[in-house]
Write a protein of this length. Sequence first.
Length: 278
Amino acid sequence: MNLLGIDFEDWYHPQLVEPFVTKDKKIPTMFQGLDKILELLRKHDVKATFFVVGELLESNPEILDKILDAEHEIGFHTMKHNRLDSPNFKEKFKEEIKEFDKLTSKKSIGFRAPTFSINKKSSWVIDELVNNNYRYDSSIIPAKTSLYGIPEAEKSPYKITSEHLEKNSENGKLIEFPLLVTKILGKTIPAAGGFYLRTLPLKIIKNAIKSYENKDRVSSFYIHSWELTPEYIPKIKLPTKNNFITFHKIEKTFSKMESLFNQFEFTSFNSYLNKLKM
């Protein structure tokens, strides 16, 4: 089974973009593309989990109703897309998860960290999620990149604790759904979406999914809302490297996702948990 998470954030939220956008220019536009995303999912009979940045619900509360009316799941992606390992963010996170509960009437049971920023410095978030009755997280990539990753982490879902981020713990009360990875020339790399979906040949992504299916292993996949609706991204002047990582081949994202939907079955995290009665 393949689980689909859509990180519903705006064009200025990515870590490599945000520092280069002044506060007055941070005007939400992604809500304009929500209907396009929902229609794509409806067309292919796909249910997804929308990990939403909370401040977007404050500016456009209709986002919540549209997602839920289409029978998709709402998950938490922090209120403003701050990395969890940002200085002094722990106390702020405690406030944010309460804010999101109010905005969604406590409908969220799943979390994804911005920029997959769960690591030893931010392991406290596991306890906070458990304390707020969350059932799962999907923030760990079992590969190392310059921005994120825990290469020694398990590749199949496991019970995670703040003391043991990378392996199953019988005492764990939160399920971790690590994201899809693959090997190229002996090196493990992410294959779950984002830059890697846009840049790698689609055959490599499909083979990664097939490999998980052959091992009867759940694969967790992600895509950003702005990657599916680039027409709503204003022109941004970024350093060359930042622009490449964030937007390279963004015009290919929609068609690549359609190709994956045509070949593989995807569902939301909550639907999968309910099916297993976990």
